[in-house]
Every structure is written in structure tokens, then in C-alpha cells.
Design a protein around this ligand. Structure first.
Ligand code: ZN
Length: 143
């Protein structure tokens, strides 16, 4: 009799090893009952299945991976809108830059005048072209 009692005690110990404690079982039950299968998007407000929500990049403290509050369609639209706005802004900046370049650009005449002011020796006034032509003629070099 005492032998079979010991056996039952052993079986009881083994069973308790493989069954979770009551508190954990209750938590699992609550988890199963409240497990979300759908979620409401914070942007469009539609109730959608969980797989329509992108995963979060960071893991939670317990190692599980959460999902974004925004559905995939809304995220996609938001990202597209961001890049459209960025592209438009860049195009606008490029136009402004081109307009500035035209405003500050010098004509060839103005550039030559400024160069001559900066370096007077470059001015044609310092160069006797006719004398140079005569010198070429005297030496028999083509002008
Ligand atoms: Zn949405």
C-alpha cells in the first residue's frame, strides 16, 4: 500500500513539472481570450486584421514583436507623400538656385571690364596690336 502511495506521489510530482502553475495558466487563458486578431488604424480608423499592420522594428522587453498603430496602406501613403513633398521642395530649390545664378551672372563685357580693373596689364590699352602685327610681318610670321 505504501509503495503505491509513493508511486502516486512521484506521478503527481512529474505532472506538476509539466503543467504550468495556476497563475500562469490563468494568464495564458486571459491572453488567449484577449488576443487581438484585428486592430484599429490610428490614421484611417478602419478595423483591419493584424497582418495588415507592419511590424515594429524594435522588439518588446519580453522579446515579442509588436505592430505599428498605423496600417500598411496608410504607412505606404504617408511615405509616398513624404517623398513627393521632398521631390517638389528640391525642384523648387533648384529653380531658385538657377534664378539666383542668372541674377548674379555677368555678361562677357562686364567680366572683361572687371578683369581689366583687377589686372590693368590685361587691358588692350597696354597692348599695341599694330606694333605686334608689324613685328610679325617683319619676321615673316603669319598673324
Ligand atoms: Zn489606416
Amino acid at each position: 500500500m505504501s509503495g503505491s502511495g509513493l508511486q502516486w506521489l512521484l506521478v503527481g510530482c512529474l505532472v506538476s513539472l509539466f503543467t504550468p502553475p495556476p497563475a500562469l495558466r490563468l494568464m495564458n487563458l486571459v491572453g488567449e481570450l484577449t488576443a487581438m486578431t484585428t486592430k484599429k488604424c490610428i490614421n484611417c480608423g478602419e478595423e483591419k486584421p493584424l497582418d495588415k499592420f507592419p511590424y515594429l522594428q524594435k522588439l518588446r522587453a519580453d522579446g515579442s514583436r509588436g505592430r505599428m498603430a498605423e496600417c500598411k496602406a496608410c504607412k505606404c501613403e504617408r511615405v509616398k507623400a513624404y517623398y513627393r513633398a521632398k521631390k517638389a521642395k528640391l525642384a523648387e530649390l533648384e529653380i531658385k538656385r538657377a534664378e539666383e545664378a542668372v541674377k548674379t551672372a555677368l555678361s562677357m563685357r562686364e567680366a572683361a571690364q572687371q578683369a581689366n580693373q583687377a589686372f590693368p596689364i590685361l587691358s588692350p590699352a597696354y597692348w599695341d596690336v599694330k606694333a605686334a602685327m608689324r613685328a610679325h610681318e617683319e619676321l615673316g610670321i603669319a598673324w
